[in-house]
Design a protein around this ligand. Structure first.
Ligand code: TYC
Length: 109
């Protein structure tokens, strides 16, 4: 059986690594943002910031208060994967407890 036909060597091999632009994107720092809502108790928000994002208690209170007053607040700047995982953990915990607490992430420019 013929394994290699004439011209096959001109076909580009499959890319093993994704687009280099995606690598650069993954390496950029990502900002985790906390969004205010009208329902989640302040103490609950503070505890999630402390437990999931590992902020000290005073910092957790400050970040919660800023989001409450301004609509949103920066929680942390993390590698993309870690930001995604912590947000997923925080959302799972909040949904499990019946609260709409919401985080997003955005690349830091
Ligand atoms: N606004 C909420 C309340 O009054 C508390 C809260 C603060 C909720 C910050 C979300 O990101 C938030 N109970």
């Amino acid at each position: 059986m013929e394994l290699l036909r004439a011209g096959d060597e001109k076909i580009a091999p499959p890319q093993l690594r994704p687009d280099p632009d995606e690598d650069a994107d993954r390496d950029r720092p990502w900002r985790v943002v906390l969004h205010n809502d009208d329902y989640t108790p302040m103490e609950y928000v503070t505890k999630v910031l402390h437990d999931v994002f590992k902020l000290g208690w005073a910092k957790s209170v400050m970040v919660m208060a800023r989001a409450h007053a301004s609509g949103r607040a920066q929680v942390a700047v993390l590698p993309k994967q870690e930001a995604s995982e912590r947000i997923a953990t925080a959302h799972a915990r909040a949904r499990g407890d019946g609260w709409p607490l919401h985080f997003t992430k955005e690349p830091v420019d």
